[in-house]
Design a protein around this ligand. Structure first.
Ligand code: EPU
Length: 419
């Protein structure tokens, strides 16, 4: 499937933000820790969620979908502890399933998780933490076999604040005996939302700025009490803020949490965009001109790496030169060659740093979506370009954004899904 986009149109109207992919995937995986079925609402209808559900089904989790965006997961009959090789290799978040799986069964088998072109994605922090919890790890041909007689709470120090490692290890530690402390954990809103869900189901987890304390339940499964609502996708909301800054006569972004996006709001305000915000909405229009800004990606509450590519597209339209420093992944600037082919003037200093010289008009082209975030950046680039663009490999975009073409069409933009 491809997107055909005719650029150069302005947009107007309202858009509703879906549930966050990176919260939904972990909440779905946490179903393995429950002794009764769990009900999850506001789950985005996206390819990564479908892959995660397939992976869980193959372990024996029964999943129903009584209405769009609501899922019920029942892990009472799970007997299998081997992750499906094909799906796990396609989905980086598959490793999060191993956390509750090894916590509950004291064994798990999984391949090196794949699904990524944004640079090295090591798993050393996961492996070291599992070892500290008392798990034996055997690795053969990129297949990992985890086994433990018992799991004992411990103190773990993360070398870097990894999002998925925090989520995975805290779910393993929850089934251990005694207390675990994770120092230097990730505290992204999606991590805190997972912790909220576990806590409302009986888990004792305490979050401080530099550590998370988990009281192990010695194998006692959690009890589901009330439906959980996936938090709004801050990356989708942020992408619409960027798009609105480029093309909006007037745009209202609904069902979002502005507090999760303050770093981006700060950057856009410095670029000259006026943004109104309420408890769960943003409203904005494009300014007369955009000014250059220097940005650096960072862990939350810093500027998220997942918005780096869309923001770079915006910076091609800002007067003056901007610098972008991608600190999290070294492969996450690879899309700039394609932007340059569309007319941008971006200079790569090293794999982590670029200079964007603006303002440059962009021209439509045929381009391939390399990963989901750069894919959406190409959609934005195509929408501000003159002429027609074809964006290929949109599976990558459908992995993370629910009905993005429909949302853009509703705002008056010209985007079509073609075979
Ligand atoms: N890292 C290690 N060793 C590890 C784990 C991570 O060195 O064992 C490094 C990574 O290489 C990276 C840094 O730690 O340099 C931080 O990466 P992190 O582990 O936090 O990333 P992640 O957990 O794999 C999640 C999101 C990403 C998002 C990052 C950063 C999920 C499924 N993925 O990835 O989202 O970019 O946090 O916020 O939650 C996306 O949605 O497109 C996406 C890539």
């Amino acid at each position: 499937m491809k997107f055909e986009i005719i650029g150069g149109k302005t947009l107007k109207g309202e858009v509703k933000i879906s549930g966050a992919k990176n919260n939904a995937l972990k909440i779905l995986a946490s179903s393995l820790l429950f002794k009764n079925p769990i009900i999850i609402k506001n789950v985005p209808y996206i390819e990564d969620v479908f892959r995660m559900n397939e992976l869980l089904k193959l372990l024996g989790v029964q999943i129903s979908n009584p209405k769009k965006n609501t899922f019920i997961l029942d892990s009472r009959n799970v007997k299998n502890f081997i992750l499906d090789d094909k799906i796990a290799k396609r989905l980086r978040a598959s490793i999060v399933v191993v956390g509750p799986l090894v916590g509950r069964f004291k064994k798990a088998v999984f391949p090196y998780p794949g699904g990524c072109v944004i640079g090295k994605r090591p798993i050393d922090i996961f492996l070291n933490s599992w070892k500290k919890l008392g798990i034996n790890i055997l690795e053969k041909n990129d297949l990992f076999t985890l086994k433990a007689d018992k799991l004992d709470g411990t103190e773990i120090i993360f070398r870097v604040a990894s999002v998925t490692a925090t989520e995975t290890i805290l779910m393993t530690a929850l089934m251990a005996r005694g207390k675990t402390i994770i120092w230097n954990p990730a505290i992204e809103p999606e991590v805190l939302a997972l912790i909220d869900f576990l806590k409302q189901s009986g888990a004792k987890i305490f979050v401080e700025k530099s550590k998370i304390e988990i009281l192990g339940r010695n194998g006692k499964l959690l009890e589901f009490k009330k439906p959980f609502e996936i938090i709004p996708d801050r990356i989708e909301a942020g992408s619409f803020l960027i798009l609105g800054s480029l093309l909006a006569e007037n745009l209202k972004i609904l069902n979002c949490n502005p507090q999760h996006l303050m770093s981006l709001v700060g950057i856009l305000e410095e670029a000259g965009v006026e943004i109104k915000r309420g408890k769960n909405f943003f409203e904005l229009k494009k300014p007369k001109m955009l000014k250059s800004v220097n940005v650096k990606t960072a862990e939350y509450p810093g500027f998220p790496t997942d918005l780096q590519a869309p923001l770079t597209v915006l910076l091609t339209q800002a007067d003056g030169h901007s610098t972008v420093f991608e600190t999290i992944y070294e492969g996450r600037l690879n899309y700039i060659e394609d932007l340059n082919r569309m007319g941008a003037k971006i200079f790569m200093c090293d794999p982590h740093r670029i200079i964007v010289f603006g303002k440059t008009p962009l021209r439509g082209r045929q381009i391939e979506s390399p990963d989901l975030r750069a894919g959406l950046a190409f959609v934005i680039a195509a929408l501000i370009s003159s002429g027609k663009s074809i964006i290929e490999n949109i599976y990558q975009i459908d992995r993370g954004y629910e009905g993005i073409d429909l949302k853009l069409q509703k705002l008056g933009l010209n985007i079509k899904r073609i075979v």
